[in-house]
Design a protein around this ligand. Structure first.
Ligand SMILES: [Zn+2]
Length: 281
């Protein structure tokens, strides 16, 4: 998608299958199963849509998928793809790992941060994008490293430790323009340090609400994931973001939807919002 001075592409960081109840939280299965038919283990198909922004000679990658470090059991449970999907799919677009100048991590869960490190043959974990400044909210970093019993299993330090060791992190407090036209903003909700990304060109904007609105069906305000640490914050933040996007006719990106990756929205009496136009990115 050409967007002002920017070229925006959505690239897969790997697809996977995950329990439908995890993704739809309090939504009854009879409702979500019509939209996302589960397999025999109650899993639904998700993408990890990563966004590449090329502007003024800079390359920004938003999220990195789940990477290649999963155990055999995780690979089986989530039906993960082999290899390092984000790197392979960037290569198809002519982008090498060394070309990436910034990696924005919306949060540090494995399906977003897993691809930004890989394990070498000698067992050491190294950054996948060695020239990139990795942008994450400071609170997200603190929570991911706090070893809190209430967050047990939420984060995998191998996903980000070697990036810190290589001094490749930039910690943000709240809102910051990463490069001209690319702004991150703390929202909380899904995790305490979850951030969203705005891509702006003139009066136009593309917004990446990340895991506040993972699938197009989550545009309905009460539809949130069981994974959300602060569900009410997710609902409040998501509603504000989508309302502004609908009013201003901004493009909304859906980070886990395999079909509707980008769309324009309008208010809808039943579903809060509805996609009016699905865009190819
Ligand atoms: Zn996610």
């Amino acid at each position: 998608m050409d967007f002002g001075e920017m070229q925006i592409d959505v690239v897969s960081g790997g697809n996977f299958w995950i329990d439908g109840g995890n993704i739809f939280g309090v939504v009854p299965k009879v409702l979500w199963a019509r939209l996302c038919p589960p397999d025999e283990s109650n899993r639904i198909f998700l993408e990890t849509n990563c966004t590449v922004v090329r502007a003024n000679g800079r390359v920004v990658l938003i999220d990195t998928g789940y990477g290649s470090k999963a155990t055999t059991q995780q690979k089986r449970n989530f039906r993960l793809q082999d290899g390092l999907p984000i790197v392979e799919n960037l290569e198809i677009k002519g982008i090498r790992p060394t070309d990436i100048d910034f990696v924005i991590l919306t949060h540090l869960h494995f399906d977003h941060a897993g691809g930004c490190t890989f394990r070498r043959d000698d067992g050491q974990t190294k950054p996948t994008f060695p020239n990139a400044v990795h942008v994450v909210q400071r609170i997200e970093w603190e929570d991911a490293n706090a070893d809190l019993p209430e967050l047990a299993g939420a984060y995998n330090s191998e996903d980000f430790r070697s990036i810190a060791d290589a001094s490749l992190f930039r910690f943000v407090d709240g809102e910051e323009e990463v490069v001209p036209g690319v702004t991150v903003r703390l929202t909380g909700g899904h995790t305490r340090g979850h951030q969203v990304v705005y891509l702006r060109s003139g009066d136009n904007c593309v917004v990446c609400p990340a895991d506040l609105c993972p699938l197009a069906s989550h545009v309905h305000t009460p539809w949130t994931m069981a994974y959300d640490q602060f569900p009410l914050t997710t609902r409040i933040q998501k509603h504000q973001i989508l309302l502004e996007a609908a009013n201003e006719q901004w493009v909304v990106l859906f980070d886990h939807d395999s079909e509707t990756k980008a769309a324009l929205l309008a208010p809808d009496e039943k579903k809060t919002f509805a996609p009016t136009k699905v865009l190819v990115v």
